[in-house]
Design a binder for this molecule. Structure first.
Ligand code: ADP
Ligand code: MG
Length: 250
């Protein structure tokens, strides 16, 4: 077996929130390693602790017990595209570089190249409201990737889009992530989306989130894009297995 270097390691991670109302245990005893270039999805019911896990990986919060190890810069993409309406698409994309104080000629050139490559070249000087929801999510992704993260965290990035758009945008985003070779962790409550996009699907219990199972997702060569996967006979089999696990936990 080939030794694959991991870029994210969660070791026995638990996390409790403290507030005036008391203590909420959000995460319980999670172990997970994500390898370089892997695309891992995390599915679980609403409120189970998915976003908390991403916040832990991003270093925004610390675990109550256990260890979180992350090797490399993290980029974060949220449900809403979070583009600034008064900035052009280009200036939105360059924002990440500004914050990093890395507006080198090379970095700017790379941002332009990604906008061209991923179909937004003609929209650089447009404002976000002039773009479709799907194009805005693509712009948000390019902004995140322009900062050259090693690890991309996606928190239900398609859930605000209508069903048809969600399918095509998740396809596009999956393609961009694969082309850029970045390690990705996608949190979603949509089992189909997880199966269509990932190499592994982590199934979480209801709160406090613990790992129920981790599924390796493999499709034949002719079914290896998100759209094609949805048409594969293996797709409903994976769906059924994961859905059952989640339902049995209810
Ligand atoms: P998910 O993303 O799976 O919907 P979250 O990770 O957002 O779930 O939340 C898990 C649990 O932790 C929920 O019960 C939520 O109310 C609680 N929670 C989330 N953030 C905080 C916070 N900052 N303070 C207190 N409780 C929180
Ligand atoms: Mg969430």
């Amino acid at each position: 077996m080939s030794e694959k270097k991991s870029v994210v390691d969660l070791v026995d991670v638990s996390m409790n929130y403290h507030s005036r109302e008391g203590e909420t245990q959000a995460v319980s005893g999670i172990n997970l390693s994500v390898g370089v270039g892997e695309f891992v999805s995390v599915v679980g019911p609403s409120g189970c602790g998915k976003s908390t896990i991403l916040s832990l990986i991003a270093g925004l919060i610390a675990p109550t017990t256990g260890r979180v190890e992350v090797a490399g810069r993290v980029g974060y993409m949220f449900q809403r595209d979070q583009l600034f309406p008064w900035r052009t698409i280009l200036n939105n994309v360059l924002l990440g570089l500004e914050i990093q104080k890395n507006k080198s000629d090379e970095a700017i050139k790379h941002a332009h190249q990604m906008l061209e490559k991923y179909g937004l070249g003609d929209f650089k000087n447009h404002r976000p409201k002039e773009l479709s929801g799907g194009m805005r999510q693509r712009a948000a992704l390019i902004r995140t990737l322009a900062a050259r993260p090693k690890i991309l965290l996606l928190d239900e990035p398609f859930s605000a889009l209508d069903y048809q758009t969600r399918l095509s945008v998740s396809d596009e985003v999956g393609g961009i992530i694969a082309a850029e070779g970045v390690t990705a962790i996608l949190v979603t409550h949509d089992i189909s989306e997880a199966i269509a996009l990932s190499g592994r699907v982590v199934v979480l219990s209801k709160r406090p989130a613990s790992v129920i199972n981790i599924h390796k997702i493999e499709f034949e060569k002719e079914f290896d894009t998100p759209t094609a996967r949805r048409k594969s006979p293996k797709f409903p089999e994976y769906f059924e297995r994961i859905w059952k696990e989640m339902r049995e936990d209810e």
